[in-house]
Design a protein around this ligand. Structure first.
Ligand SMILES: C[S@@+](CC[C@H](N)C(=O)[O-])C[C@H]1O[C@@H](n2cnc3c(N)ncnc32)[C@H](O)[C@@H]1O
Length: 260
């Protein structure tokens, strides 16, 4: 069952790289990366990204990005001097990441593989990040076990998953489910595109339980935007109000921690 689901997950992302349907340029072109980066930075500012990932702290250190996507985050670690490794289920992700790195003149190692069976020795990395991946893999606990194994003792963990207690999950999806007849599970699966076989949501407590073996856990929430409210209701809220409430009701749940 797990293997079958992983194959389906891989097939989906192979043909639906993150945000590609919203980008009006050919995959892997300079315009594509510029457009993607602008979309990304509208959701996660560079300032936030530097706070979250602590890029300069890993200069000269080994960093692994699990589910590297098109290499956006990993390229920032490489730019700040880290020795970087990216793994992804898809040829598409590996190809796009290589293209991004070539374009920027950065060095990185990219491997096609599964987060649930990481092809690395134990105690290898100073930092492992995995952004927007654990909620899509077949067995998140297995992937977390692998991340723990390949981190060095004291190594940094940084992850992001979908947030259960968000406006999207608690307000918009129940209403959409009522109107469209789709199940909540279907609606979560479809956040990154129709046909995605696996999406899941986590409360802070559920994420803490998933990461129980890590110490110094620090959880935070972000991303609350107008489209997450039903129809035009989002227009009733000012940017200031959305920013104020995003740390409670946003869609992205982040965790930072350390391997003991
Ligand atoms: C939502 S995208 C996130 C990409 C990237 N982490 C980012 O922040 O832009 C999910 C990525 O995770 C990859 N992925 C999903 N399950 C995976 C698994 N079990 N092992 C490795 N990669 C996986 C997909 O191929 C896809 O590239």
């Amino acid at each position: 069952m797990g293997q079958l689901l992983i194959q389906e997950v891989g097939s989906f992302w192979e043909t639906h790289p993150l945000c590609a349907s919203a980008i009006p340029y050919d995959l892997g072109t300079p315009e594509y990366f510029r457009y993607y980066d602008r979309l990304r930075e509208a959701n996660e500012s560079i300032q936030f990204s530097y706070w979250l990932h602590e890029y300069p702290a890993f200069s000269g250190k080994k960093v692994l990005d699990v589910g590297v996507g098109n290499g956006y985050v990993l390229s920032k670690y490489a730019y700040e001097g880290a020795r970087v490794f990216g793994i992804d289920l898809t040829e598409m992700g590996i190809g796009l990441s290589r293209r991004r790195f070539e374009r920027l003149g950065l060095k990185g190692h990219f491997i096609r593989g599964n987060a649930e069976e990481l092809p690395f020795e134990s105690d290898t990395f100073d930092c492992v990040c995995s952004m927007g991946v654990l909620h899509h893999t077949a067995d998140p606990a297995k992937a977390v076990g692998e991340i723990y194994r390949v981190l060095k003792p004291g190594g940094r963990l940084i992850v992001m998953v979908y947030h259960r207690n968000s406006v999207l999950y608690r307000l918009k999806f129940p209403l959409m489910s009522f109107v469209t007849g789709k199940t909540m599970q279907q609606l979560v699966n479809e956040v990154d595109g129709v046909g995605n076989p696996k999406g899941s949501v986590f409360s802070k407590n559920e994420l803490r339980r998933l990461l129980i073996k890590f110490k110094d856990l620090d959880l935070s929430i972000s991303l609350l935007q107008r489209w997450m409210f039903f129809q035009k209701a989002g227009c009733l809220f000012s940017d200031r109000l959305l920013r104020k409430f995003q740390k409670y009701l946003g869609w992205f749940l982040y965790a930072k921690g350390r391997r003991p």
